[in-house]
Ligand binder design. Sequence first.
Ligand SMILES: [Zn+2]
Length: 341
Amino acid sequence: MSSESSDTKTTFTSPIRAPSSVPVDDAVIPFEVNALDLRGRLTRMGPTLDEILHKHDYPPAVGKLLGEAIVLTTLLGSSLKFEGRFILQTQSDGPVSFLIVDFQAPDRLRAYARYDKRRLHDAKDSGALLGKGHLAMTIDQGPDMSRYQGLVALDGGGLEEAAHEYFLRSEQIPTRVRLAVAEELRAGTDGARHRWRAGGLLLQFLPASPDRARLPDLDPGDVPEGMEFQAQPEDDAWVEGRSLVATVEDLELLDPDISAEQLLYRLFHERGVRVFRSKDLHAECSCSRAGVERMLRSFPQDDRDHMVENGKITVTCEFCNSTYVFEPMDVREPEPSPGAP
Ligand SMILES: [Zn+2]
């Protein structure tokens, strides 16, 4: 999850060039700052995010939270080196009780959130919307491979906080994540319309020497009484890296007029930053009429009977809101062939 394969490296004939000023939306751009042993990824999202969030009529606060989850997923999932899936989901007791983002390598994204409209007005930020529960990240490489699942508790904080906690406890990699999501009002042919935009940044300290990677602030919790836990000072390179990330404004992450390269240059130009080939992102659901039909056929007849309304079985995909309507007769199990036991 933390390193890029060498084949993604772009070799330039000249190692130094001016950052591209062309803003590109819906892409993740990996980068490294060798002088500080830092690696990271920067995501900018426009139309793809807008398409996913507009499939449902989310209240703004829910759309923003789901947008943050989508950006976080792109920052973590885009490093997958295989044709697999990265699924981020939360289950919690806040007004947004469940959300899921499904990233299918190399570029397909879909997502949705479940929420209780009546409880939304009490929640002032992402942490309050989620409440307490957990966030799970699953890497699924197909039926023949073992699944990986990472879990982190949600304890009233937002998704940035949960990501920091995850990398601190599970991966022990010093990590900083920034997520920004907003709606912009844009004039169109059919009048002004709100459009979702987002940006995100992930920065990790990955020194070659494992000694330097040790986390200084991880209290072991089992220090014998009378002895003091000796915190190790943080590595200067990491202090510099995370201080730079702390200066990034939401507006910079969101600004459609600043390119990802310009933003990275603005942050790291003093140390030299190297960017790799960016990866595109697309909104695309994997549901299909044939898939829904297969699922219906696999149900017991009793369950199918309960699904009939006004003589039809209607199934709506929670991700993309597509509706599939079937005649009950058309999705019955195939009759056993004569002679079969
Ligand atoms: Zn769908």
